[in-house]
Ligand binder design. Structure first.
Ligand SMILES: Nc1ncnc2c1ncn2[C@@H]1O[C@H](COP(=O)(O)OP(=O)(O)OP(=O)(O)O)[C@@H](O)[C@H]1O
Ligand SMILES: O=C(O)[C@H](O)[C@@H](O)[C@H](O)[C@H](O)CO
Length: 175
């Protein structure tokens, strides 16, 4: 029997590498990749671009759209991968409820100084470096939550893939 549809969310603060790893995991598993940034309404992008941190009220509609998107994409193909900060426990729970399918979370964990240096080198992204502190202040690590994998982003992306891929395959194969 085919596996039940599932979703994988690559999570962490801005600049932690969610888009980079998420796209690679999706490609390796030949499934759709949803870029969470593309699910924000224009007001959220405008706010962040202006250096104003999002609040819960800004994030709920965004999480709802992404959760729904994951469910639609995984419904067609059996599995979908998304990149989404999903900083708070309540945000992850909202995604789970809206998606209505089991979700696994890959948490990209790293020091502020390392992420800051990567964001400084990155060009053409709307997210200002000044918001990094609020990202860390909002972050609740996914300790004790089901189906989570924590990866140390000091390692190169191919090393992260080495751990992420078997975990993602095993999660996808759970009943
Ligand atoms: N493991 C890694 N080692 C070295 N550099 C990395 C690693 N992962 C990502 N990067 C680089 O760090 C920067 C941030 O990565 P990326 O854009 O994927 O992060 P993100 O979490 O999706 O960011 P945002 O949430 O702000 O969109 C990029 O320039 C990327 O090439
Ligand atoms: O929850 C949030 O504060 C936001 O979603 C941000 O994390 C950005 O969307 C993203 O990570 C881009 O840098």
């Amino acid at each position: 029997m085919a596996n039940k549809a599932k979703g994988i969310v690559v999570m962490g603060v801005a600049g932690s590498g969610k888009s980079s790893l998420g796209a690679l995991v999706a490609r390796a598993l030949a499934c759709p990749f949803l870029e969470g940034d593309q699910f924000h309404p224009p007001e959220n992008i405008a706010k962040m671009s202006a250096g104003i941190a999002l609040e819960d009220g800004d994030r709920w509609p965004w999480l709802d759209r992404l959760g729904h998107g994951l469910s639609e994409a995984a419904g067609e193909t059996g599995l979908a991968v998304a990149a989404c900060s999903a900083l708070r426990r309540a945000y992850r729970q909202r995604l789970r409820v809206r998606a209505g399918i089991p979700l696994g979370f890959i948490f990209l964990k790293g020091a502020r100084s390392l992420i800051l240096s990567r964001m400084e080198k990155r060009t053409g992204h709307y997210m200002p470096i000044s918001l990094l502190d609020s990202q860390f202040a909002t972050l609740e690590e996914p300790q004790g939550e089901p189906h989570t994998l924590t990866l140390d982003i000091a390692r190169p992306v191919d090393a992260l893939m080495h751990d992420a891929l078997p975990w993602a395959k095993a999660f996808n194969n759970t009943a």
